[in-house]
Design a protein around this ligand. Structure first.
Ligand code: ISL
Ligand code: CA
Length: 547
């Protein structure tokens, strides 16, 4: 019998603060803006809010480059605003989870400002400094965002390591003082009453200290084999648990490039006392081609189903899964996994049926509750995301056709998920009275919260119903998950069952009709079309039967 906890049962709503709601007209979402919209979040029936980084930051990567872990980003407000947010969230019986970015700090953090001064500075060893080799960097490691992972620094004539941008400097966890600093920061926020952390690229914190050159292989393999899952990772996570986490009733979810089926239990099995859950990306990288994310190949739905099946089985006896289809780093779910033109409403509803019937803690990302879609900016100049701009630069240098690169950016850019939240039909979608930092998606006139609010058939109201349905049936949280094999790759059929209930879920993830194999005689209890007694599933039709 699985032990039951609040964080296993939680439905989490993820906020990207910069794009959520701007309260003062400077074009940037902020903390008072979030407070203004808490009623909306509460109305969904979710339990937890996860906010992407809100700490002081020069915003080279929108807050994932922190210059002061105990202060709030100027554009987002003040610590008083944060305290009020936390209070308002708790007042509504919701919980607040923050983003802990501890693999790297900003180069503008005082630790790094000190560290770069001299080779014998007390902070030198907070980061990885190495001499160059043969007139170049210490090894051939590439950054996630393109180019070398090493930056030369003139003051001392050495290079420092940065797996992301050169303003995101990798912290040296080998140094016990660094680990203490991070643990103290965690305690600072827990003592304020914060309810947990999503831990950014936590799989990367332990480095291979001999910094071996990587061989010719895909970047994904390099991450898994060289950058992630380093020699001391589990020692550090266990120490963090002992020193900090074990003293609080909080939730933890480690973000993990390079976390795979094989090593995941080492991170999350309860007896290991490390993390409660992780985000893996096996279903998110299926369409990456040989040259990675910006070289996409068609999505393989057979593989998609397998990933959910394998991961559930792997974590069934020890550990706990995370269920998500998108976040601030990926395309919009209805554009990527659904059909955002012909079957916009149907497929958006089907996707929330999928999310709310899987085993694991469920995450929904801002805007998905109204079916926000990808954006197609006409020019590269409209894009802001460092990953997108890095991919553009590399592809241009490799001589690729600009039109072709732009097409893959339309499909894959992280900015797809970062366009301002579409609240209503007012200018800038009601997000801001000023010029938004990133252009709004022009489809806000058709897709927005206020238009869906009072339409009982809207995506928004279907999200509310689906979330409530999950909350009413603990079988959907804890029950066994069994995939039923089908001939059609696009037909996803599975059952959830325990002693209380037995559900069979049919999801037609295609633009075509599908015959329902083994159709139950009773009527479905949830469905996303009007009327659901036909023997075939219409395009993107989903049905939940109680057996
Ligand atoms: O975004 C990705 C794929 O497009 C991932 O490879 C991503 O870069 C990786 O999962 C790490 O993401 C996290 O850390 C980054 C930050 O840019 C992302 O926003 C964050 O989610 C560096 O802090
Ligand atoms: Ca603002």
């Amino acid at each position: 019998m699985m032990n039951r906890t609040w964080w296993k049962e939680a439905v989490v709503y993820q906020i990207y603060p910069r794009s959520f709601n701007d309260s003062n007209g400077d074009g940037i979402g902020d903390l008072p803006g979030i407070i203004e919209r808490l009623d909306h979040i509460q109305s969904l029936g979710v339990d937890v809010i996860w906010v992407c980084p809100v700490y002081k930051s020069p915003n080279d990567d929108n807050g994932y480059d922190i210059s002061d872990y105990r202060d709030i980003m100027n554009e987002f407000g003040t610590m008083a605003d944060f305290d009020r947010l936390l209070e308002e969230v708790h007042h509504r019986k919701l919980k607040l989870v923050m983003d802990l970015v501890a693999n790297h700090s900003s180069d503008e953090h005082t630790w790094f400002q000190e560290s770069r001064k001299s080779t014998d500075n007390p902070y030198r060893d907070y980061y990885f400094w190495r001499p160059g080799k043969n007139g170049g960097p210490p090894n051939n490691w590439r950054s996630f965002f393109g180019g070398s992972a090493w930056q030369y620094d003139e003051t001392t004539g050495e290079y420092y390591l940065h797996l992301f941008t050169s303003k995101q400097v990798d912290l040296n966890w080998e140094n016990e003082k660094v680990r203490r600093e991070i643990y103290d920061i965690m305690k600072f926020w827990f003592d304020k009453g914060v309810d947990g952390f999503r831990m950014d690229v936590i799989s990367l914190i332990s480095k291979q200290l001999d910094f071996p050159d990587v061989r010719e292989q895909s970047f994904g393999d390099t991450i898994r084999e060289v950058y992630a899952n380093g020699p001391r990772i589990h020692e550090y996570l266990h120490e963090m648990y002992r020193e900090v986490l074990s003293h609080y009733d909080v939730m933890t979810v480690g973000e993990g490039p390079g976390i795979d089926l094989k090593n995941a239990p080492l991170y999350v099995r309860e007896d290991r006392q490390e993390l409660q859950t992780v985000f893996h990306f096996d279903h998110m990288f299926i369409d990456n081609g040989p040259d990675g994310k910006y070289d996409p190949v068609p999505y393989d739905m057979k593989r998609f189903k397998e990933v959910f099946e394998e991961w559930d089985a792997r974590l069934a006896d020890g550990g706990w899964g995370s269920i998500f289809l998108g976040n601030h780093d990926f395309s919009r779910i209805v554009s990527r996994f659904g059909n955002d033109s012909l079957y916009h409403v149907e497929s958006a509803k089907l996707l929330v049926m999928l999310l709310m019937t899987m085993r694991g803690t469920v995450y929904i990302y801002q805007g998905d509750e109204i079916g926000m879609t990808n954006v197609k900016y006409p020019s590269i100049d409209d894009y802001q995301d460092v990953e997108t701009l890095g991919a553009w630069k590399e592809a241009r240098e490799a001589g690729k056709d600009p039109e072709e690169i732009l097409r893959s950016i339309h499909w894959q850019s992280r900015d797809n998920a970062r366009t301002p939240m579409q609240w209503n039909t007012a200018s800038n979608a009601g997000f801001s009275s000023g010029q938004p930092w990133l252009k709004v998606n022009p489809n806000y006139r058709e897709i927005n919260v206020s238009q869906q609010e009072n339409d009982p058939a809207s995506i928004l109201n279907f999200y509310r119903r689906m979330i409530a349905f999950r909350k009413d049936h603990s079988t959907l949280v804890y029950g066994d998950f069994d995939v039923i094999s089908t001939e059609s790759p696009e037909l996803f059929v599975f059952e959830r069952k325990d002693s209380a209930d037995h559900f069979r879920i049919y999801l037609n993830m295609s633009d075509f009709e599908e015959k329902i194999p083994d159709k139950p005689s009773a009527n479905p209890v949830v469905y996303n079309y009007q009327g659901a007694d036909s023997p075939t599933l219409r395009p993107w039709e989903g049905r939940i039967y109680k057996l």
